[in-house]
Write a protein that binds this ligand. Sequence first.
Ligand code: PGA
Length: 251
Amino acid sequence: MSQHITFVANFKMNLTAHQEIEYVTHNLARLTQCAADPTCRIVLCPSFLSLAPLGKILTGSHVGLGSQDSSSLANGPHTGQVSAHNLYEVGCRFGIVGHSETRKAYHLSDAAVVGKALHLIQENINPIVCIGEEPGEQWEAKLTEQLTPLFNALLLMGKHPQHQHLTLYLAYEPLSAIGTGVVPAHAELEKVFAFLAHQVKAHALHLPIKLLYGGSVKHHNIASLLTIPSIDGFLVGNASLNFQEFEKLID
Ligand code: PGA
């Protein structure tokens, strides 16, 4: 486990842009204070509409700003897509890709998710790549299927001096846990995170990798989740929508 715990708030499509800006402005002092704590890293992932205003509001706060998705293409005639380059320009330094809800809605292949992650890296944005399995799937086989193209692409990309400050976050989010209130058994998660840590070590990638857990993270289960070796942080959906709830996790 790393020196600090990373908390990524994924607001999804739950708040209006107005509410997201209100959330940040109203709690800016406390967010800034939490983000200044060396044991904690906070990343907020609001809707696309709020990214530019929040990029300005959060300047100098050490609170990270992240997108919920981005294009696997660089630029050009791709109606409705948002490029990593544009995200960087408005202050995004983190980007979620391959969330199971997005994979399902847009029928994303693992290759497309890898393409999105690579474009984020090229634009100096830390990718948060979501992986996980559907209930009943063999988790080991499923995770290997998702990790292999990602690791191969990273190895091919090689070592770039301008990317040396980047970290790749792998967020393990089993579908059965997202928004359900049901977290997998502790022993099960221990096995999955030991497997992920082993995979990361075995591949000797050029980018540091941190492992996040996501799926029904709440203040009543976070202490137990934190005892699982190799968990470096959390991707939080519902419990991040209300700042008091989110603060309880961080505390
Ligand atoms: P949840 O969502 O915390 O509401 O389960 C997590 C996620 O989908 O990232």
